[in-house]
Design a protein around this ligand. Structure first.
Ligand code: PXL
Length: 443
């Protein structure tokens, strides 16, 4: 599919044309780019911009649309009313199936990117399949900034009357983030918990480009938004710090996560071989059995964590797996890793082993960072909810910095346990094997 991107040039590549092109490219489609303006900016904000010469802009658009079939158009920064008119005339001529407008008005540092917001709404919204203002931008068209979900619904309904086929108001900045879609008939909502704590530049650009790409691929509007939401969530969770200001949205996070699926499984298989080769390790497998788990980069859910189905057990004095490693097979150990990753994205692997006082003692001698947590300190409310205890216990241990070993001495009906954490399975089992050898070196 061929997606025409008409937007401003941001030298950081976090927003604008280049963020749009990265998104379209990494989703496997072809992006064609026409710059409307050149901005001067770094990660701390926009300092200035200049509109691209109108004859160049017109000629570039003309050349592309004469030569290439355009399946969808994504429009970002439009610096002035003359540019609005040039774009409107091309859209009227080629009548693309999908036109998504991200009505960019101001940068994060409040620098105005266009004075022509009224012309954009009058001339371009009626030609759009979808407009994707954030709350701030919706406020410019509505008259006040919608503060919550209820007001976003009201604003979306009003903005719909400006002529686009659908309106998506994004509220990723709210304490309880929500995006609200109105398609003239129904409202739809997307709610994804915020994990990124730092400001990220270019999220609106990447999100709207991803929506455009999924529309071009043939997804329905709501399915395109759902897919794009996953993509932008990863781009935000995996945003990169390159300068003194905002992080840059990272469309590569999606591909990095996909590529890691193979590596994660292979790393677990390799780790199992090494565990099986060391006889002493079998003596550290607890009554409830062990699991060794490894999460995908930016994992948020146990489905994105791989482990051994049926856990690791002991047969004839050796560690033994019932089946090959797979995703989504461990809830317990996955919840430990997912909690640790909230504090350090690099701590993606863990294994539980038997608690013995001597293991802790040897761990101290080996120089490991060790934290004890207590099940008895957990509030009765969360204790009763299945699946809450381990994340709670882990959080007590990882809040300040992430230890190598977390242990608890159990509770009524709960076996005492040590959880060994690391960056990857090799890192975890290096620790497990060292401990096993130290503890059982005299047989
Ligand atoms: O994020 C909005 C945006 C879009 N396009 C360009 C920008 C910005 C924000 O700075 O610079 C070119």
């Amino acid at each position: 599919m061929n997606i025409l991107i008409i937007a401003g040039f941001d030298p950081t590549g976090g927003a604008g044309l280049q963020a749009d092109l990265k998104t379209v490219t990494l989703l496997g489609e072809t992006g064609l780019t026409v710059a409307t303006a050149l901005t001067v900016q770094d990660t701390t904000g926009v300092k200035n911009w200049v509109a691209v010469d109108k004859s160049v802009l017109s000629a570039q658009l003309e050349a592309l649309v004469e030569d290439i079939r355009i399946d969808a158009v994504k429009i970002g920064m439009i610096p002035d009313s003359e540019t609005v008119e040039i774009i409107a005339q091309q859209l009227e001529r080629i009548k693309p199936k999908y036109v998504v407008i991200d009505p960019v008005i101001k940068a994060k540092n409040a620098f105005v990117l266009t004075p022509a917001w009224e012309e954009i709404s009058k001339r371009l919204f009626p030609l759009a399949s979808l407009i994707t203002p954030n709350r701030e931008e919706a406020g410019v068209f509505w008259g006040k900034v919608p503060r919550d979900e209820a007001e976003m619904k009201e604003a979306a309904k009003e903005l719909f009357n400006l002529g686009s086929k659908a309106v998506l108001i994004t509220g990723g900045d709210l304490d309880k983030p929500v995006d609200v879609l109105f398609d003239g008939q129904d409202f739809y909502f997307w709610k994804v918990e915020k994990k990124q704590t730092k400001p990220v530049h270019g999220t609106g650009c990447v999100y709207s480009s991803a929506i455009t790409t999924f529309l071009a691929k043939g997804y329905s509007l709501t399915e395109a938004i759902t897919q794009a939401k996953r993509f932008i969530t990863l781009a935000v969770d995996g945003a990169i710090g390159v300068g003194k200001g905002s992080l840059l949205s990272n469309p590569c996070a999606h591909i990095k996560q996909q590529l890691a699926r193979y590596e994660v499984i292979e790393a677990l298989k390799g780790a199992l071989k090494r565990l099986q080769a060391v006889k002493e390790v079998a003596k550290l497998i607890p009554e409830v059995r062990s699991n060794l788990v490894y999460a995908l980069p930016y994992a948020r859910d146990y489905q994105e964590v791989a482990g051994f189905p049926g856990r690791l057990t002991v047969v004839e004095d050796r560690v033994c797996a019932c089946a090959l490693p797979a995703f989504g097979v461990s809830r317990h150990m996955a919840s430990v890793v997912l909690k640790a990753m909230e504090y350090d994205q690099n701590m993606r692997a863990a294994m539980n082993i038997k608690y013995l006082p001597v293991v802790i003692e040897k761990g101290q001698n080996l120089g490991y960072k060790i934290k004890e947590v207590s099940r008895t300190e957990e509030a009765p409310e969360t204790k009763q909810i299945e699946g809450k205890t381990l994340p709670w216990l882990t959080e007590q241990a990882v809040r300040e910095d992430i230890p190598d070993l977390i242990y608890d001495k159990g509770d009524i009906g709960k076996e005492p346990m040590i959880r060994v954490l690391g960056k990857n399975p090799a890192d975890v089992i290096d620790k497990v094997i060292s401990l096993a050898k130290e503890v059982f070196k005299d047989g």
